[in-house]
Design a protein around this ligand. Structure first.
Ligand SMILES: Cc1cc2nc3c(=O)[nH]c(=O)nc-3n(C[C@H](O)[C@H](O)[C@H](O)COP(=O)(O)OP(=O)(O)OC[C@H]3O[C@@H](n4cnc5c(N)ncnc54)[C@H](O)[C@@H]3O)c2cc1C
Length: 286
């Protein structure tokens, strides 16, 4: 597999990147780690005369704390997240989830922004971030930033709400409130996950006062299951009810609308979600 010829552009600012995208229009594409885009080009599934490398744009890099929240630049790699002291101290579950993404070679160059923008339905971070009510920040050139929840950013398979020439610049992950925990699990047969589940539980006294359940990779896009969350909220934290957990898994699987694809049948994925919700929610409560 060889790459077809293209002109490579290396902008140093968001303004420059947007100018290039506007100048070359449909013949141009942004890329960061290139783990998705370059593969598409090699396979002949896409063709662009101009590639715009985002790695040199300072504003897209780095991980910082902002009033307890984590702000992650779109060009931060999975490996950086996995190894970041800040992430490990503030939100160790994020580092653990990132350690399970792909293989070391992909994690070294593949970025969080690239993962979300490519919007492959078989994704770990999208499901995880959904559970945390994370938000993305997008900007076109020097224009104002717009912030929106991950749930509104990911529209479907390979589809996001990014507009022409607009970049994903950062991901804002809210701090976990005291007494809250998050857990993520996935099941894979191949390189990418067949099913991903993330659960959040906030426990006060001996009661689960807030439950969140997100399911991804099984359907067109990751979703939160309000029905499962409603069932689990109010549970006794020290004695979770098997029947309620099973019902929550059932509802979450319904809400995720599993589809048949190369990673498994809808029926099998439904069963995976049932099991993973039960297991992951228990972990979040422990
Ligand atoms: C072998 C293999 C195994 C994998 N396994 C997993 C897995 O287990 N779990 C998982 O979640 N993922 C998995 N992935 C996906 C992997 O996480 C992504 O390939 C990676 O994160 C994409 O990042 P990138 O920077 O390389 O994207 P690129 O290929 O550079 O870009 C991807 C797309 O996003 C656009 N883009 C990139 N950055 C921006 C930006 N800042 N603003 C606007 N548009 C942008 C590009 O135009 C392109 O369309 C796997 C991939 C491979 C190849």
């Amino acid at each position: 597999m060889t790459l077809p010829p293209f002109d490579l552009h290396r902008p140093g600012s968001l303004e420059e990147a947007t100018d290039l995208a506007e100048r070359y229009g449909e013949d141009a594409a942004f890329y960061c780690g290139g783990t998705e885009l370059l593969l598409l080009l090699k396979l002949g599934f896409a063709s662009f005369g101009h590639l715009i490398d985002l790695k040199g744009i300072e504003e897209l890099s780095g991980i910082r704390a902002d009033n307890g929240d984590l702000v992650i630049g779109a060009a931060v790699t999975h490996r950086e997240l996995e190894r970041s002291e800040l992430v490990r101290a503030r939100l160790p579950a994020l580092a653990t989830m990132e350690r399970g993404v792909a293989n070391l070679r992909v994690r070294e160059v593949g970025t969080l922004g690239g993962n979300l923008c490519f919007s492959d339905p078989h994704s770990d971070p999208a499901t995880f971030l959904l559970t945390l009510d994370a938000e993305v920040e997008c900007r076109r050139g020097g224009g104002p930033a717009r912030r929106l929840p991950v749930s509104e950013f990911v529209l479907g398979p390979y589809q996001t709400c990014l507009e022409e020439g607009e970049l994903l610049t950062a991901v804002h992950v809210p701090a976990l409130p005291a007494g809250a925990a998050v857990a993520h699990a996935k099941f894979s047969f191949h390189e990418r996950p067949t099913a991903t589940v993330a659960c959040f539980a906030h426990v006060a006294g001996s009661t689960v006062t807030e439950a969140r359940v997100a399911v991804g990779s099984v359907g067109a896009r990751p979703v939160r299951s309000a029905a499962a969350e409603q069932l689990l909220t109010g549970s006794a934290a020290n004695e979770l009810d098997d029947g309620v957990l099973a019902a929550a898994g059932e509802r979450a699987a319904e809400d995720a609308s599993p589809v048949d694809d190369a990673t498994g049948s809808a029926e099998y994925k439904t069963q995976l979600v049932r099991v993973l919700v039960e297991r992951t929610f228990r972990q979040a409560v422990e």
